[in-house]
Ligand binder design. Sequence first.
Ligand SMILES: [Zn+2]
Length: 353
Amino acid sequence: MHRCNPYSRRTFLQKGLVLSAGMLAIPRTGFPADKRRQVMTVTGMIESSAMNHTLPHEHILVDFIGAEEVNPPRWDRDEVIKKVLPYLQEVKNAGCQTLVDCTPNYLGRDVVLLKLLSEKTGLFIITNTGYYGGSDNKFLPPHAFTESAAQLSGRWVEEWQKGIDGTSIKPGFMKISVNPSHLSDVSLKLIQAAALTHLKTGLTIASHTGPALPAFEQIEVLKASRVDPAAFIWVHAQNETDKSTYVKAAREGAWVSLDGLRESNIDEYLDNLLRLKGEKHLHRVLLSHDAGWYDPGKTDGGEFREFTVLFRKMIPAMEQAGFTEDEIVRLIHENPANAFAVGVKKRKKKKGD
Ligand SMILES: [Zn+2]
């Protein structure tokens, strides 16, 4: 079915525009509301159309101390807010409406902090459930090694049903992480737990992965669990050198997340996007910076990386390279809205299964 794009040229001219030197005119309003598609933010469920321009992979705070010592929290929320608030206000002024916070449990996830920042800025912020494997499993709690995939899934489903850390704040997606080669036993268990959780909650699985090899192994696990790969975000796909794998993953239906955007790699990102456009797979791509973040282990949270390169530099570069407004809106609005919409994506039985 042909899906008409709500952002016609006329829409751009009619709606309120955000204009500054060298910047794309970014409309403030969302595409027409579709009640079937909703996303869960730290302030509650919203229609995915209201997400507007979205950064699908960023971090407010990350604590690298490790699972054993991350609690009680080692940060003062007022101090964090003082440092981070100007960066969030800056990106809101640049045209962003929604920020997906990818810091998982045991790595400094603080949903009360996220809610305070959402209320202070008017940004929608989305948080997650799930566990972060990889990094020699430093960020996994002891029970991640002893419990089954079903038991781990039970914990994540409970966060979806009851809220996180004694609050009513719910996750809007799953964030897991796997090791960067063939899936280890623990990584395999995490993606299996994610598959089970998806079937019960409809939450999308964003997996910190990197290379293509473990990305495709996870896609196979999902398919074997009857989960459609459309529920899977291949996080840090930019780290894979064989760019032909992007199209292969997109054909499977997975989301290809190019989420390390910086001023220094705009040309590289442009090349990737031009290739994906040529292959007609822009509709499976997500763009973000993986920026931030307040590090409680450093004085005053260390050096904070700002969130506006996409809006200030990348979009003008895309316009210059011939990307249409429709294509840009697809990348920064429609794709994230589709990727994070809550809903079970079950894989139909196919020949050869
Ligand atoms: Zn990240």
